[in-house]
Design a protein around this ligand. Structure first.
Ligand SMILES: [Zn+2]
Length: 255
């Protein structure tokens, strides 16, 4: 059974079939899902989802594109939600210099503030970082994020950076991109990284793997990701599924 570590089932892409899709997960081999908050609305919906489905857990956090909506009052509200039993992480938080919706200073400020929240609540972090390799690493080091645990979601940087993150105790989130023919750098990272440092994720509804590239993604396609990791590492599909599940259970404290 697969542990899905990163999905956004609150997204409007699922408005038509959310309930039937999520209830069908178990019979198709997906046994645990972390729904990840990305906006204030996403955080609210994440709580609704984790309270509705026994196998759905939640991450509470605001994506760098959305941090313009944050203030201390909102952080206090999120802090309360972090106390809930099924909240297993702070995320997704980080820096996004690709979309660049907020200034770098504002993005850094709220990344640090949300890392502080994770420290305070003793929760791992789910890090989103796009086109911001150096600033993310520098900020995490300055903030002693090696004392936190977490995952670099949708890992997209170099092998050197991957080594550094693993040395800090961080996992690498691997999703649909690994199945793309042009994902040469990521395939090298996956080949090198011990399986003990990898997590399976989709980022649904985004980043569907081949053969569904460009379509709406969902956790049911994770088998394509696990198969590609198995092929690259020359190990069995079952080993990929079992070990990544154990990794996720350990990181997020979910049985
Ligand atoms: Zn995401």
């Amino acid at each position: 059974m697969i542990f899905e570590t990163h999905a956004h089932y609150d997204d409007e892409a699922f408005d038509g079939d959310r309930d039937s899709l999520i209830w069908a997960m178990h019979e198709h081999g997906i046994d645990t899902i972390i729904n990840v908050g990305a906006s204030l609305r996403g955080v609210r919906e994440t709580v609704t989802l984790m309270e509705r489905y026994p196998f759905v857990y939640g991450a509470i956090g605001v994506h760098p594109d959305e941090v313009g909506d944050l203030d201390e009052e909102k952080i206090a509200w999120m802090r309360k939600l972090c106390e809930k039993e099924k909240t297993v992480a702070v995320g997704e938080i980080g820096l996004d210099y690709y979309w660049d919706k907020e200034s770098h200073e504002i993005q850094k400020k709220w990344f640090v503030r949300q890392m502080d929240l994770a420290k305070e609540m003793s929760l791992p972090i789910i890090v989103h970082s796009r086109n911001a390799a150096k600033d993310t690493m520098d900020l995490m080091k300055a903030e002693r994020a090696d004392y936190l645990r977490g995952v670099i979601h949708c890992y997209s940087y170099s092998l050197e950076h991957a080594k550094e993150y693993m040395n800090m105790g961080y996992y690498l989130g691997i999703g649909g991109v690994i199945t793309f023919k042009n994902a040469k750098k990521l395939k090298e990272v996956v080949e090198y990284a011990p399986l003990d440092y990898l997590l399976l994720e989709t980022d649904s509804p985004y980043l569907a793997p081949e053969p569904y590239r460009g379509k709406r993604n969902c956790s049911l396609y994770l088998n394509y990701v696990a198969e590609e990791i198995a092929r690259i590492k020359k190990i069995s599909y079952e080993e990929v599924v079992e070990t990544t599940k154990k990794n996720a259970q350990k990181l997020f404290g979910v049985k």
